[in-house]
Design a protein around this ligand. Sequence first.
Ligand code: PXP
Length: 242
Amino acid sequence: MIKKVRLGVNIDHVATVRNARGDIYPDPLRAAILAQKSGADSITIHLREDRRHIRDQDLKIIKKKLKIPLNLEIASTREMLSIALREKPQFICIVPEKRKEITTEGGLNLNYKKKNLKKFIKKLREKKLRVSLFIEPNIDDIKMSKLYYNADCVEIHTGKLCNLVNKKKNYKIELSKIEKAAKLGFSLGLDVHAGHGLTYESAKILSKIKYINEFNIGHFLIGESIFYSLKTVIKKFKKIIK
Ligand code: PXP
């Protein structure tokens, strides 16, 4: 069974706030270093095609200064591949990306341009970068992630469950889907992660699934830090997921 559960802290929203004023603060690097100091096991940033939050320079400087692994979320485009191969963050998470979405709306469609995606993953893995696929909690996607794509990890999209929890609706079916997917992923030798929409409450629910060994959390964590500081919130999440 899983020994240590890791917390990946997504700092995109620090950049969002900075960019809202077109200024140089708050600085995402400062947030990354403080998160590292406060117990984060990795830092996640999403370099979007439109650079709406994290920018190329953020990636460069954070990669240079950070001691814990940097997890770079990217869409499977040629541009992102060349950036990833050049900057070499230790972890890559491949996500779907739509220009108009506010945030990543769902998992990857693993049946779309399969050969391209497979090549994309192979090139990253050849450079020893850990590759994760952001997918919906379904059995076929778990099998394909390992058996066809040869990914190192999957990150299960938890958005649906988190919405149900937030609205105080019945989340049992969604939880069981996530649990089954995580169990299968674990048994196939995948590292199983979870992310999207997580709060203290939903993280607590998912922490009971013993096959998940990494949580990636951003929006709620950064929002809560306005009131309680990054350090306090990271420590609280670490306690919940361990
Ligand atoms: N994991 C992935 C793959 C994501 O795309 C995101 C959102 O950028 C997250 C985790 C974090 O989600 P949230 O900001 O809702 O915590």
